[in-house]
Design a protein around this ligand. Sequence first.
Ligand SMILES: Nc1nc2c(ncn2[C@@H]2O[C@H](COP(=O)(O)OP(=O)(O)OP(=O)(O)O)[C@@H](O)[C@H]2O)c(=O)[nH]1
Ligand SMILES: [Mg+2]
Length: 332
Amino acid sequence: MPANLTPQYMSAEQRFKQASTHEEKITCLEDMLRIMPKHKGTDKLQADLKKRLSKLRQEAQKASTTRRGGMLSVDTEGAGQIVMVGPPNMGKSALLAALTKATPEVADYPFTTRRPMPGMMAVDHIQIQLVDMPPISRDAMEPWMAQITRNADALLLVVDLADPALLDAVTLLTETLQAWKIAPTGAAESAEAGDDLAVGVVPRRALLLGTKWDQPESQDHWALLQEFYGTRWPMLAVSARDGYQLDALRQALYELLDIVCVYTKAPGKKPDLAAPFTMPRGSTVVDVAVTVHKDVAAQLKFARVWHAQTSEGQMVPRDYVVQEGDVIELHT
Ligand SMILES: Nc1nc2c(ncn2[C@@H]2O[C@H](COP(=O)(O)OP(=O)(O)OP(=O)(O)O)[C@@H](O)[C@H]2O)c(=O)[nH]1
Ligand SMILES: [Mg+2]
């Protein structure tokens, strides 16, 4: 008996294929199960979906923080991984709690956080992974802290704007990163940053974040911080307590990853604007095709692209570099 699956089901299935996190995949599978027609013809499919769902739930349960030997590592989920680095008591964990569904311990004494903790942050229709970390300090630190930080796609350097020793906090940050052989780069220089770095030093795009904007002394300290570091890194002031500038922070973190969101569509159909593909900036139409399916890439003849503002699709070659918001129709 044919399954007669509905367009709604097909669309949920498409979203499932594009989902990049356990959470998203589980939601899509639940949707598929709920909206699928239930009759003899779909018995096998139903059983199959239930099996996949229970396996995914098990996988999601296992912490995405894994231990190998004495080392801890955090598997990347979503469009990119951003690791928070900063001295004790700056408000890193409070930020993770404010931006994601994670529930880290937040306390008014230093060294509260002992283990890395990831959380997924929604920015429009994509998910970015934020990783909260134990604080950096001049004392001996766990070797996995350097490892996890080096593996990140980008860094969020967190300092407390209410702290009178704010500039010392940034010094500690830069010294620690230097010891870990990480060069925190600003947005403009990052393209060529790799060229003149010492051997073994990795460039990582970084944002300098001032927290606790709600405190009375924060505005003066912020002005000082801008004077010293405003040309070195992109900067932002936020408050996890009252939510000030947290939406701006989401956008800034998206930009920090240096990725673009593009959408694919079939000829004659509308694109699913709730299911973007995220691609590294500079990716071509072929790169998008590979992400969709390797067979599509192999057979790709040309593509039509609708830019964010245009209503007319434009024919582009295989090596066309995709732009933020492009809608791409792949022709094989
Ligand atoms: N006023 C104010 N207090 C904040 C803000 N964010 C965090 N705090 C407070 O600052 C203290 C430290 O917050 P945490 O999030 O635990 O700091 P942390 O950087 O994770 O600290 P460690 O785990 O020791 O590295 C807590 O008492 C928080 O309630 C904020 O935006 N405004
Ligand atoms: Mg903490």
